[in-house]
Design a protein around this ligand. Sequence first.
Ligand SMILES: Nc1ncnc2c1ncn2[C@@H]1O[C@H](COP(=O)(O)OP(=O)(O)OP(=O)(O)O)[C@@H](O)[C@H]1O
Ligand SMILES: [Mg+2]
Length: 250
Amino acid sequence: MSEVVVQTLHAAKSYTRGRLSIAALSGINLEIRKGETVAIVGPSGSGKTSLLNLIGGLDTPTGGKVIVEGTDLSELSDDQLSRYRLRKVGFIFQFYNLMRTLTAIENVEFPMSLAKVPKKEQRDRATELLRAVGLQLRANHMPDEMSGGEQQRVAVARALANNPSILLGDEPTGDLDSKSAKALMDLLRSLRKDRQMTLIFVTHDPLVVARCDRVYAVRDGKITKEFTKKDIESAKLSEKYDNTMLEGIY
Ligand SMILES: Nc1ncnc2c1ncn2[C@@H]1O[C@H](COP(=O)(O)OP(=O)(O)OP(=O)(O)O)[C@@H](O)[C@H]1O
Ligand SMILES: [Mg+2]
């Protein structure tokens, strides 16, 4: 078995709104190993994005621990945590979040400039990444001149800019048609193989779930079920798969 990359121990997250405290997550225990592709599924408001944000160091738990590659994220200083976000993890968001005033290649270079990568290397790596996602001919296009699927692939190239070991996606196929969604998942799985990455996706999309090694189902801020590759495959074989598999999971 490969090493554990992400571990949470009784992780909890409460948000305070005025005098009201909302428990978005509680008692979250999970373990994700190097090279795994894991889906987090669950109804709206169940805490999926909150969980991804804790793993990505975008937010800090209000209880318990989030441990990545043996480091307890709560022990990092602010500087160390920004370094972690910039270099260890890559984020793909549902609506790409590309900068509209930058070209495709400039969007990919942006995280490298934050990481103070020399200019020439930024250009070389961004060119290579755009080639990897099949967009070498779109390098100088603005986001508005590209299709949704193309923009999402730029976002993937950007997420990979600083060679992260963990790639996090919040509904990465949420805005794509099924053909582009399939192509994106195939791309991510092949990049994962080449780069030994761990992939963690929040998703509602059966296409994404079908391509994962394991699934955590979250409900009301808790992990209620865990599904193995075998469970996923047997659900896939059933003819009801597309329509009801996720309902089954919930
Ligand atoms: N910044 C915030 N301040 C206050 N409450 C929040 C905040 N972010 C999330 N919440 C609350 O925490 C709970 C979990 O939210 P979260 O965004 O993690 O859900 P989700 O599973 O990602 O939902 P969706 O599928 O709709 O994206 C919800 O009740 C939400 O209203
Ligand atoms: Mg969400």
